[in-house]
Design a protein around this ligand. Structure first.
Ligand SMILES: O=c1ccn([C@@H]2O[C@H](COP(=O)(O)OP(=O)(O)O[C@H]3O[C@H](CO)[C@@H](O)[C@H](O)[C@H]3O)[C@@H](O)[C@H]2O)c(=O)[nH]1
Length: 463
């Protein structure tokens, strides 16, 4: 897509429209929201980001946006699901104050009128605030359409008294969304005892009650799920992804952690398609036994590897180096590069990278598809098992390491991913998807057309 983040300048603020975007403070959610903000800014909208002080972007990367804090102070819970409840329970009043102040500024005729708010689907507190101010509210879903579809079935199953699913049924295929298995549905509990069910219910009901749904996905990838959701929600859907490719001018600035680019010079010295890149996104960690098995699996697989190990991602261990057994460093010398946080999109685009061992977060999945890199999936929670099932059995551009982490099994899977006939077949399919992803953001492509419809839709709110 030939876009820049240069805005078509509209000088008179009264002719411009302001959008207030409310990201969820997690990397995998913040990134697509900031990409959407940049895209809408490039189309002439003014942007306010209503954010928490817990995790927030580097504002100097976005001099053209205004930032309003909607929560500060206090120590948030460390468990992700409890954290999401905490945000939803504490941000409504500050958001209302923020919106009231913006609305009163525009009443004085010297400021762009706020026409709509766009909130992350997990920030469901935004519904009541928007309703009370009679402001249209749209929702950005940062994960796959298939996972949304799967979540709606979790609610149905719960209503039918089918949760928790019997152990004996976990391997069964899901009748309504093949190739899903029952075990792919999210079933976790939060540490404060609130059930996942309560969370999903709130998220899905407030999403359905919004004025429209924006997706970081594209039609050629998720047509069936998008159609099924359209039939269910009766509100307009806009599939405008892959957002990181639609917004071409800010490739790395959405990162909340400093990226270590030394891994790119290391990749420059490796042979084409030889390296396996290993990263489990911004939240997923591992226990100490898993860490050691992963380390040995990588050491023994015969391929050079680039491994992202975030600080504190190994449970109860601040110094993961001490877990590595004697002899490990000698075996991997020259064959391995370990960083705390990588410039992932550049890594995946590098000619030396031949495979991606991922936790199947949606951004990572899309980024891998867009660079034509086949995946080894190790899903952990939420939408990840659903994404992994589709990667391995529907799109068939990866393998699913679903039966535990054990070093011999890891070696076997990595070799299957990186060598042989099955790899060749996956490469053909992933290159095909890469091409489709490219086409959908070109002139006449489905995502570009959807983006134009989204802009027209937002402008219609003001009439
Ligand atoms: O070293 C790294 C590792 C990751 N990333 C980036 O971090 C993002 C990670 O996003 P994602 O792959 O979606 O994983 P999570 O951070 O785990 O994202 C959360 O949010 C996603 C979107 O809703 C969900 O799909 C996931 O399950 C959920 O854990 C991607 O853009 C990566 O490019 C880097 O830049 N450097």
């Amino acid at each position: 897509m030939e876009e820049t983040d240069e805005q078509t300048e509209v000088q008179d603020p009264r002719l411009r429209r302001r959008l207030v975007l409310i990201p969820c403070p997690l990397q995998g959610h913040m990134t697509p929201m900031l990409q959407l903000a940049t895209l809408l800014y490039s189309k002439g909208f003014s942007i306010t980001i209503a954010h928490t002080h817990i995790i927030f972007p580097n504002q100097s990367n976005y001099p053209h946006f205004s930032f309003q804090s909607i929560i500060s102070g206090g120590k948030p819970p460390s468990d992700v699901k409890t954290f999401i409840f905490y945000i939803n329970n504490n941000c409504a009043d500050p958001l209302k104050e923020c919106l009231l102040s913006l609305l009163s500024k525009s009443d004085k005729q010297d400021y762009e009128p706020v026409v709509c708010i766009i909130s992350d689907a997990m920030m469901y507190f935004a519904k009541d605030v928007a309703d009370s101010l009679k402001l249209p509210r749209m929702v950005l879903r940062t994960s796959s359409a298939i996972s949304y579809d799967a979540f709606t079935y979790v609610l149905q199953l719960n209503q039918q008294g089918c949760f928790p699913i019997q152990e004996s049924r976990l391997e069964e295929r899901f009748p309504d969304i093949p190739p899903l298995k029952f075990k792919d549905l999210p079933t976790m509990k939060t540490s404060d005892g609130s059930s996942l069910y309560e969370f999903l219910l709130k998220m899905l009901l407030t999403t359905k009650a919004s004025s429209g749904l924006i997706w970081n996905t594209f039609q050629d990838l998720e047509k069936l799920a998008l159609t099924s959701i359209t039939n269910d929600v009766h509100i307009p859907l806009f599939a405008i992804g892959p957002l990181h490719k639609t917004v071409t001018t800010i490739s790395s600035t959405t990162s909340l952690l400093p990226q270590d680019s030394t891994c790119i010079s290391w990749l420059d010295k490796q042979s084409p398609n030889s390296v396996i890149y290993v990263s489990y996104g911004s939240i997923v960690g591992m226990d100490q036994t898993e860490f050691v098995e992963i380390a040995w699996g990588l050491a023994n697989c015969g391929h050079p590897f680039l491994w992202v190990i975030r600080p504190n991602s190994v449970a109860n261990c601040s110094q993961w180096e001490k877990l590595l057994p004697d002899g490990f460093h000698e075996i991997v010398r020259g064959k391995c590069c370990i960083v705390q946080w990588a410039p992932q999109q550049d890594v995946l685009a590098h000619h030396a990278v031949g495979g991606f061992w991922t936790h199947s977060g949606w951004n990572s999945t899309l980024e891998s598809i867009c660079e034509g890199v086949p995946m080894l999936c190790r899903p952990c929670f939420g939408d990840q098992a659903v994404n992994a099932r589709f990667v391995s059995e529907e799109w068939r551009v990866g393998l699913n390491l679903e039966n535990g982490l054990e070093r011999e099994e890891i070696v076997r899977f990595i070799r299957k991913l990186m060598e042989g006939k099955e790899r060749e077949e996956m490469m053909v399919r992933v290159k095909d998807l890469k091409e489709k992803a490219k086409n959908c953001i070109n002139q006449g492509g489905s995502s570009l057309e959807s983006l134009q419809s989204l802009i027209n839709y937002i402008l219609s709110f003001n009439k």
